[in-house]
Design a protein around this ligand. Structure first.
Ligand SMILES: *Cc1c(COP(=O)(O)O)cnc(C)c1O
Length: 432
């Protein structure tokens, strides 16, 4: 009897909802999981090899005090990141507070007064707009520093490389590409698309600096943007590469001359990478990196299940089920404020931490609209752990990402669907 099942007894999930999700799961498993496993396996070997090549050893988990000269753990973390991302150098530190901080550090460290930066993947992520000075009027934004920002929209969800080439001027110092969806409604830019665009642009401008915001993209493909020509690649440790284990931090990987510049910005000219404590974070950072290929594969499978269930109910989703994924995000367009709030409540209710609280929309620092965020994470704000967020503005899109374990995501899919049966059209659709 289904009513004896823990899902029914403890979580209030009906047999109808259970069967509905089982049916969708079977379809997506059959078609997609094998490929996700293949990518996971390759990335796992890549990470292990990077740790071996750089002779990671137990003493690298100890830490220094004071200036932190010759901190072997810090140097090891950065060497391993450089190996994994196939770059000359890396900056991976707890003193980088977040992904946005890592991106600001990169932009402000490369660009000087009078320089121009062009986003060639359309409108960037909300917090970047504040950094650039396109939104708000925060002190020390890039506009205030005399940096000119331009944008080339995507064309058919792809980089308009011809438009990008036309937009470059004598003053253009940097092109930026955002790999993932962010708060737009498009699939993540695939590695193939990024590679193709970089090759085309490089034919005309061989030396132009290209930065990729890699947030949410790490380990979704067997290659990273730095494998296909990006000069500098940036992300957050409380997303994919932290594997749910890293407690904080950001990373920047790329060409040595760029990393040197950015290190001088992070510490001070002349100090560069030689200083800076790790405060005992190296073990978590590296264990997280070790976990990351597996965790990311769980999250991608979970995203597929969310997408599969809600697209089968007639909601528009991106990426679509058959589309190649380049990030861990599943965006679902509800066109309905109550539904978007409901799904965030369900994700929260499925959480191991703070499962008893209910999220409400609020004004988050760096964001321009009210945002509702569901996150019951072991690491606060971590979005490689299952989380859902939605800016409260039409067309009411929920962005669902993460999930350390597929089973957890599946539970939250079932709980969300159960809650959604409050809406007649959904109740009707799953009983058909
Ligand atoms: C999350 C994210 C950021 C910012 O990262 P935080 O760590 O939240 O500051 C930047 N760009 C994209 C595309 C993101 O998804």
């Amino acid at each position: 009897m289904f009513t004896e099942n823990i899902l029914s007894k403890q979580f209030g999930i009906s047999e109808t909802v259970y069967n509905y999700v089982q049916k969708i799961e079977k379809e997506i498993k059959y078609k997609h999981f094998e490929n996700i496993d293949k990518i996971r396996e390759k990335n796992q070997y890549k990470v292990i090899r990077a740790m071996q090549e750089n002779r990671l050893n137990y003493t690298n988990f100890y830490w220094n005090t004071g200036y932190g000269y010759d901190d072997p753990g810090r140097e090891k973390v950065e060497k391993i990141y450089a190996s994994v991302f196939n770059t000359e150098d890396a900056l991976v530190r707890p003193s980088i507070a977040s992904g946005t901080h890592a991106l600001y550090l990169t932009l402000s460290g490369i660009l000087q007064h009078g320089d121009e930066v062009i986003s060639i993947s359309g409108r960037p992520y909300d917090t970047l707009l504040t950094v650039l000075g396109e939104e708000g009027n925060e002190a020390n934004n890039l506009k205030e520093a005399g940096i000119v920002y331009k944008e080339v929209p995507l064309y058919n969800d792809d980089i308009d490389w011809e438009g990008a080439i036309k937009a470059v001027t004598m003053k253009t110092k940097l092109l930026m590409i955002q790999r993932s969806t962010g708060y737009s409604f498009r699939p993540g830019l695939t590695i193939e698309k990024i590679k193709f665009a970089i090759e085309k642009i490089r034919k005309v401008y061989p030396n132009i600096c290209i930065m990729v915001d890699n947030c949410y993209g790490e380990f979704v493909h067997e290659l990273e943007p730095s494998d296909v020509g990006a000069d500098v690649v940036v992300g957050s440790l409380i997303k994919n590469p932290g594997g749910g284990i890293a407690l904080s931090g950001g990373y920047i990987v790329g060409k040595k001359h760029i990393i040197d510049r950015l290190a001088n910005r992070l510490t001070a000219p002349g100090l560069g990478k030689e200083l800076g404590l790790t405060f005992g974070t190296t073990r978590n950072t590296l264990q997280g990196l070790f976990f990351a290929p597996h965790i990311v594969s769980e999250a991608v499978k979970g995203a597929l299940l969310f997408g599969g269930v809600y697209s089968s109910l007639g909601f528009e989703i991106t990426p679509e089920i058959e589309e190649e994924r380049s990030d861990i995000i599943q965006a679902i367009k509800f066109n309905n404020k109550d539904m978007v709030i409901k799904i965030c409540e369900a994700v929260q209710a499925a959480s191991p931490v703070d499962g008893h609280v209910s999220p409400v929309p609020w004004e988050m620092p760096g964001y321009t609209n009210q945002v509702i965020m569901a996150s019951g994470a072991f690491v606060s704000g971590s979005s490689i752990e299952l989380s859902a967020d939605a800016p409260i503005r039409p067309p009411y899109i929920a962005y669902i990402q993460g999930g350390l374990f597929y089973d957890h995501v599946k539970l939250s899919v079932m709980l969300s669907l159960e809650k959604m049966t409050e809406f007649d059209e959904i109740k009707y659709a799953i009983n058909k």
